[in-house]
Design a protein around this ligand. Sequence first.
Ligand code: COA
Length: 260
Amino acid sequence: MATYNNLLLNLQNGILIITINRADKLNALNIDTVTEIKNAIQQVYDDAEIKGAILTGAGPKAFVAGADITEIAELSEVTARSFAERGQEVFAMIERSNKPVIAAVNGFALGGGCELAMACHMRVAAENARFGQPEVNLGIIPGYGGTQRLTQLVGKGKAMELMMTADMINAQEALQLGLVNHVVPQEQLLEKCGEIMGKILSKAPLAIGLVIECVNAVFNKDENGYQTEANAFARCCASEDFVEGTSAFVEKRKANFTGN
Ligand code: COA
């Protein structure tokens, strides 16, 4: 079992709440924290008790205010490449998880924080949340997948503007852009995420995992998403949950899915 110095993990009703816990540094992602996020997501992959995860930040002010600038300042061309690749690998693990991962954005989501939120399957923002990719202020660009995922989520023109101006946007603007799914008062943030998660977890887990896989296929240039979808559809139809779901409909009762 991995130990955590920078994360708090709390399993409630099958939902692992992962809290990045460096509030005095606005939860900035140092390398140790990125490693701990990897370990926590590995636990989500491996532990059958965990059905989904919610990622959030400690304190009322920040989700994550970026990668840790004190560490970034020390990077060379060689170490910077592996730094970016390592972060990208961890964030891709989140994106590819076949269990749902929701970002509960409770404040600043800047740089690596915005990138972390974007790697999750959806985002719910507190009213005080602020989003931005301010890397050009530091003479760098996003390195944890931000140039790709921001463009996927908000489109090319807006992504260009946000990354080139380093402007911060508020939760309502992020909602209008499709960067977040919902905006709620801060005190309702985890409750709203739990409500969405509860709905998802009441469905057939295999089907949920395959929705994630097929949507991700849209953005994989080497994959024919339609073929991925047809194959996934076929896998669903070979499952016990498919028999249960269709029988429950005919019998006018609630389906009881087992994940098989
Ligand atoms: N890396 C390292 N430390 C960070 C950090 C980051 N990305 N963001 C905040 N911190 C630290 C600050 O240095 C400060 O530490 P200190 O108390 O030891 O001096 C602490 O967190 C609180 O931040 P502070 O700047 O005092 O809060 P603020 O309310 O005045 O400003 C922000 C909030 C988010 C606007 C500001 O912290 C900021 O611009 N952070 C960097 C954002 C960024 O560029 N992220 C992308 C990095 S690639």
